[in-house]
Ligand binder design. Structure first.
Ligand SMILES: CC(C)(COP(=O)(O)OP(=O)(O)OC[C@H]1O[C@@H](n2cnc3c(N)ncnc32)[C@H](O)[C@@H]1OP(=O)(O)O)[C@@H](O)C(=O)NCCC(=O)NCCS
Length: 480
């Protein structure tokens, strides 16, 4: 873990170049203006009404209530996720990647982290610097975390392992230590939260590799960390899934498969970083952080929510569904049999996994990005019956769900493609997929945690009502 070498003060920021090359200096430059904006809004618009809270929303999961401040992403029902206003396609066009003999690879998740934190597209050098900074911070897990991970039952649920590993690292929380000392004021909290956040994100490749080695290799390493490589590369090599000297290459990848898998990891972890603030993992991280719990405890709590089957675990359900369907139909191209299978599923009161969304009302652009990855590699995927079925389902299922008439969004969400691509390359432990989701999702909610402390947002404490109070409100209205 890297300690902050020097804490920057605002008057020093004037001396910094307009375009700083490291993330923290760039943040320092942004903060005064952003704080002033929020102060202005608070002063002038405190009592402006935004939304109505209905009985339906109180008992219906607060769906659609506009009641959270979330800085870096927003989700439009029609166009899908935007990262600081940029679509996935724009991110693919604009965000820096690594250069591979002049060929443009998928953008780096490090680039999108910079975008989320600052609202600005990083230059190549800024992205490279952040990538290097994460690699330097992530070289080694703390000894006590390694010990705890070694002592866990090897067959423990991978998400439980991830939550335990993250929570254990709160022992090295710089924010926690400074807070205990009583040595920092409210305006400075963000700098120590920021240090913890970068250390946490940097540790995820090692932690993920450790969990995968626990569940597949009795805890023995499958690869080694390379400080000169990017974050996604290190996730792949620590899973033993590159053909470089850094990894056991357990899936016998050739050069092209190895490079494609790393790019799949960059794509997957790049587009799963955030889905605005109301989803379970993001909101939980923000809520727990509002009590000034440090980022390790806050994100560990978010991970517990991501482990739920209606949230992060859906990708694994899709893989099971595709494999089972392929066993029961004569060919992944047989439309009539696919339709029949879908109706059989719906008529037995089950959902079609990978379809529908609480907010989206169009095909998920993250699904489209995964499908484009497949389309760009016809030789690799044309003989995989599960991938063929996944593609065919995206045409057939919306028609069936529309006819069925219940689902508000009959289109594919990201989970209908993501897990089956990991499966194709050799990740067969379905429960593990969500750990990779957890690596990616750290970036959005933890960015928000930094901004929560920059803005000095208070502890969250909505008012709850019991059934009698709800009945009283209903009675009052009906007697009017
Ligand atoms: C994502 C999901 C939880 C959203 O739930 P939601 O906001 O309540 O969805 P809707 O408002 O469209 O639900 C209306 C009805 O359609 C049903 N429905 C929604 N998606 C469905 C699907 N994929 N297959 C069958 N029925 C579905 C719901 O179960 C609900 O039925 P009910 O009225 O009998 O309870 C839901 O679409 C779902 O379970 N999808 C499958 C799991 C999945 O892919 N999750 C990953 C999400 S990224």
């Amino acid at each position: 873990m890297i300690r902050p070498t020097r804490i920057l003060k605002f008057n020093e920021s004037k001396l910094l170049r307009i375009q700083s090359l490291d993330l923290k200096s760039t943040m320092v430059n942004l903060i005064p203006k952003r704080r002033a904006e929020l102060l202005e809004i608070r002063k002038n618009y405190q009592n402006l009404k935004v939304d109505d809270i209905t009985i339906g929303s109180i008992i219906g999961g607060m769906r659609g209530n506009r009641s959270l401040l979330w800085q870096s992403t927003s989700l439009d029902p029609e166009t899908g996720i935007k990262f600081q206003g940029y679509t996935i396609q724009e991110c693919q066009d604009l965000l820096p990647s690594v250069s591979n003999k002049g060929k443009k690879e998928n953008f780096l998740p490090e680039s999108i982290l910079w975008l989320l934190m600052t609202g600005e597209i990083p230059t190549q050098q800024q992205a490279d610097n952040l990538s290097k900074e994460l690699a330097t911070r992530g070289t080694k897990l703390p000894e006590y975390t390694i010990k705890i991970m070694n002592d866990l039952p090897k067959n423990m649920h991978p998400m439980t392992q991830l939550a335990i590993g993250l929570a254990s690292m709160n022992k090295s929380s710089i924010f926690g230590e400074k807070y205990q000392e009583g040595s920092i004021g409210k305006n400075d909290f963000w700098e120590y939260i920021f240090e913890d956040v970068l250390n946490l994100i940097a540790a995820l490749p090692q932690l993920t590799g450790k969990i995968y080695s626990n569940i597949t290799n009795n805890g023995e390493p499958l690869g080694k960390f390379n400080e000169n490589k990017d974050w996604s590369y290190n996730i792949c090599s620590l899973l033993g899934m590159t053909n470089s000297n850094d990894s056991l290459n357990t899936c016998n990848f050739n050069d092209s498969q190895s490079n494609d898998f790393i790019n799949l990891m960059r794509l997957y972890t790049g587009i799963h970083v955030d889905h605005e603030g109301g989803n379970v993992s993001a909101h939980t991280t923000h809520l727990v952080g509002s009590a000034l719990s440090d980022p390790y405890l806050s994100y560990s709590s978010g991970i517990m929510g991501l482990a739920g089957p209606l949230h992060g675990l859906a990708a694994q359900e899709v893989v099971r569904f595709l494999i089972q369907m392929n066993k029961e139909i004569s060919s992944p191209n047989n439309e009539a049999e696919i339709e029949e299978y879908l109706w059989k599923t719906l008529n037995s009161n089950k959902v079609i996994p990978g379809y529908g969304h609480a907010v989206l009302r169009r095909p998920d652009p993250r699904f489209t990005a995964m499908l484009d990855f497949v389309k760009a590699r016809p030789t690799e995927f044309s003989n995989d019956p599960n991938v063929t079925l996944m593609k065919n389902l995206s045409d057939i299922t919306p028609k069936v769900l529309l006819e069925h008439g219940k689902t508000k969004n009959p289109f594919p969400n990201v989970d209908s493609a993501s897990g089956i691509l990991f499966y194709h390359y050799g990740l067969k432990e379905l429960l593990f997929f969500t750990v990779i989701f957890g690596c990616s999702r750290s970036m959005g909610p933890l960015t928000q945690l930094v901004w929560d402390r920059i803005y000095g947002l208070p502890i969250e404490r909505p008012k709850s009502l019991d059934i009698q109070q709800i009945k009283n409100i209903c009675k009052k209205t009906s007697s009017v």
